[in-house]
Design a protein around this ligand. Structure first.
Ligand code: GAL
Length: 355
């Protein structure tokens, strides 16, 4: 450029103002940061603050989140997501639970494989540890992990407990048992508004599932309710004076229409079960794992958390999280779409995208 030339390209007023305020630099840094978060192969590291049901979900390292059949524990203003870590690099003789933390439920920081277990009860080849859930006790300062423990044929049907003094582990194995002396396979976690903690467990011989309250030290259970409906993937939420329980039918890794019922108290009486979505959609190929209530300053969003299982390559299983539509005792899982959430206000915004 000719340095003698006094004329210069006119910048739009808005840009000039931004430059004067020094904000342009900040905007450029942000653009650069967003650019850096775009991972090669077209996978987006949730940079936009958008949850994309069914898409690969990447952690802060750019690696796929391994938290299948998972649950969320809220502790000191942070969300901790625990679940089955099915990484291909894992030792096939061991079972792994991974933990991620987040303040916004969109961006997740890998906190490690917080529980690594060798066969604890002579369960044999292809033994099973599934659906881990962590309860935080402000009373004891301990963190107690429950998980489904089984052999390859799913005949052992027990829960196991592991504990840690830190939420991010490492967790140590304590014991396994049959809750209420019943067979227990899929488990779910629920913490009520008053802090009382519950385990939901499916019990095949009884043709139903139990809701059981954790004892004060979280190391045992007492019966709250038995619901005579053979459902698994059990999940609960307390909303607008009603309890909603959700579950899937028993078709293994294959999806089926998930259903829900309501009751004024956890002890019942429970209504008949209704479909959560049009039955032909098979719950949009997913299976329930948890209902997460985000109560903000303006409103409350209940997130349906579910797994899209890829049974031949479990590491590649995906997550379907969607805000539920709830009113007057009715609950509906809408067609999955990208959506965003503000955990402070509780607002969620579903973005209907053209196909
Ligand atoms: C599903 C269950 C999963 C896993 C699978 C094995 O029904 O929800 O957690 O146990 O069966 O087939």
């Amino acid at each position: 450029m000719n340095s003698n030339c006094k004329c210069h390209r006119r910048e739009p007023v808005s840009v000039v103002r931004l430059r004067k305020s020094g904000a342009l630099r900040a905007v450029s840094y942000m653009a650069l940061l967003i650019g850096l978060l775009v991972i090669s192969g077209g996978e987006l590291l949730a940079a936009s603050g958008v949850i994309r049901p069914g898409d690969p979900w990447l952690d802060n390292r750019g690696q796929r989140i391994q938290a299948h059949g998972g649950g969320i524990t809220v502790w000191k203003g942070r969300y901790y997501w625990f679940g089955e870590d099915r990484s291909q690099s894992n030792n096939p003789d061991k079972r792994y639970v991974a933990c991620y933390s987040s303040r916004d439920l969109v961006h997740w920081k890998f906190r490690g494989q917080v529980f690594v277990l060798s066969d604890p009860e002579h369960l044999g080849p292809h033994w099973v540890l599934e659906r881990p859930k962590v309860y935080a006790s402000s009373r004891t300062g301990r963190f107690v992990m429950y998980a489904h423990l089984d052999d390859v044929h799913y005949k052992v049907a027990r829960v196991m407990i592991a504990v840690s003094d830190r939420i991010v582990g490492p967790y140590s194995y304590v014991k396994s048992f049959r809750p209420l002396d019943e067979e227990s396979r899929d488990i779910g976690q629920f913490v009520d508004d008053d802090g009382s903690a519950y385990l939901i467990f499916e019990s095949r011989p009884t043709k139903g599932f139990f809701i059981a309250q954790l004892t004060g030290d979280f190391m045992n259970l007492k019966k709250t309710c038995f619901i005579p409906a053979p459902l698994e993937g059990g999940a609960l939420v307390h909303m607008g004076g009603l309890y909603y329980v959700v579950g899937s039918h028993m078709t293994g890794w294959r999806p089926n229409p998930n259903v829900y019922a309501t009751a004024p108290a956890l002890t019942g009486p429970w209504t008949e079960f209704k479909n959560l979505a049009p039955p032909e959609a098979d719950n949009y190929d997913s299976q329930s794992t948890m209902l997460l209530k985000v109560a903000g300053s303006k409103t409350t969003t209940v997130i349906f958390m579910s797994d899209i299982w890829h049974s031949r390559e479990l590491w590649d299983s995906r997550y379907l999280w969607m805000p539920l539509e709830i009113s007057n005792g009715l609950m509906q899982l809408p067609q999955p779409q990208p959506w965003s959430l503000n955990v402070k206000t509780g607002d969620s915004l579903v973005r209907v995208e053209a196909k």
